[in-house]
Design a binder for this molecule. Structure first.
Ligand code: ADP
Ligand code: DP6
Ligand code: CO
Length: 324
């Protein structure tokens, strides 16, 4: 009863930002992402009658507290679906900074869901696996697939129609992403807490929601046509709208650091010089820059020279979950 799975993170081009149901994680808006080959999690799950409790090891350290509770709560869902009550040891390695805005919860819960269901003997379709994964971390439901994926928010109260679907495979378009690493330390406000506060208190939240349908249909057209300018413009604007909602929250907050804005300005400067590049930012200070393969050299060099930039990590479109 042991299995190992690997899942990549994804970068949201249309952000998931808000829940209508916190316990089974139903979102207030649909979202769309690109899976990245450069960041991933490998997780082994072992269920055994010999265990007397769930154990969670992350990057070779035993983890207790909130992170353990989240994993154990997710294992309960797997046990429930399988009709079994065995405890498990979860051994996970993040090839991505944890809780820093690089979507470790996406690769982490996608790998956990895949390994956990396989280890306990459940045979699931991608759609079923995505709906289950959603309940670990919303963004993770998109990491089941490679390439571009859309999380359809669904309408049912039981979550049965809220899962991700593939939009285009990784091979469809070699869209590149440079992750500009400013800080790899854990953020002060988790994604979960940040979106909750925003939904409950930000007067800008309704404006955010109203803008989603147009952004979504535009970006899907852009992806289909491999129209870099269209995809870049929509993704950048969508990111700015999401981050704007946090300034209206009570108490107000922002995920940005000063260098976050320096990098954003540098991307705009590149465009003025005729080099197409666009940015997007998840819940953290680190900027992801979208670019095309022919501009990789100039993009990397420009970003590396910005003071305060710790590292640049280049990604191509990545694959969906795999079993090792
Ligand atoms: P991020 O930007 O990294 O996704 P979040 O605040 O959304 O930040 O989520 C971070 C949380 O995700 C961690 O505190 C932990 O609870 C969970 N997490 C991260 N990596 C893993 C993993 N490999 N396995 C299980 N849970 C993980
Ligand atoms: C800004 O999926 O990390 O990265 O569902 O509470 O685990 P939980 O939150 P999470 O939120 C991600 C927010 C985002 C946008 C996105 O990835 O779509
Ligand atoms: Co996350």
């Amino acid at each position: 009863m042991k299995a190992t799975a690997k899942a990549h993170t994804n970068i949201a081009l249309i952000k998931y930002w808000g829940k209508r149901n916190e316990s089974i994680i139903l979102p207030t808006n649909s979202s769309l992402s690109l899976t990245l080959d450069g960041f991933y999690t490998t997780t082994s799950v072992h269920f055994s009658e010999e265990y007397t409790q769930d154990k969670f090891i992350l990057n070779e350290r035993v983890v207790e507290g909130e992170q353990h509770r989240r994993v154990s709560g997710f294992l309960d869902l797997i046990r429930q679906q399988a009709g079994k009550s065995l405890y498990a040891t979860v051994d996970s390695t993040n090839e991505v900074p944890t809780a820093a805005g690089f979507a470790s919860s996406a690769s982490g819960f996608a790998a956990l869901a895949a390994a956990g269901t396989k280890a306990i003997g459940l045979d699931m379709s991608d759609r079923e696996l995505s709906a289950l994964t959603r309940q670990g971390s919303g963004s993770a439901c998109r990491s089941i697939y490679g390439g571009f994926a859309e999380w359809e928010m669904g309408a049912e109260e039981d979550g049965s129609d809220s899962y991700a679907v593939p939009i285009a495979p990784a091979e469809h378009w070699d869209l590149r992403v440079a992750a500009v690493v400013l800080s790899s330390t854990a953020k002060k406000v988790s994604s979960r807490a940040g979106m909750k506060r925003t939904v409950e208190t930000s007067p800008f939240y309704q404006g955010w929601l109203n803008s989603i349908p147009t952004d979504m249909s535009q970006i899907k057209e852009g992806i289909k046509e491999r129209d870099f300018q269209k995809v870049g413009e929509v993704a950048e604007a969508n990111c700015l709208k999401m981050h704007a909602t946090t300034l209206g929250a009570n108490p107000p907050f922002t995920y940005w650091h000063d260098t976050t804005m320096t990098v954003m300005q540098m991307v705009r400067d590149l465009r003025e010089k005729g080099i197409p590049a666009y940015f997007t930012i998840d819940a953290g200070p680190n900027v992801k820059v979208l670019y095309l393969p022919e501009n990789e050299e100039v993009i990397e060099k420009t970003l590396r020279n910005i003071p305060g930039v710790a590292d640049i990590r280049l990604s191509r479109p990545g694959q969906g979950v795999t079993y090792l």
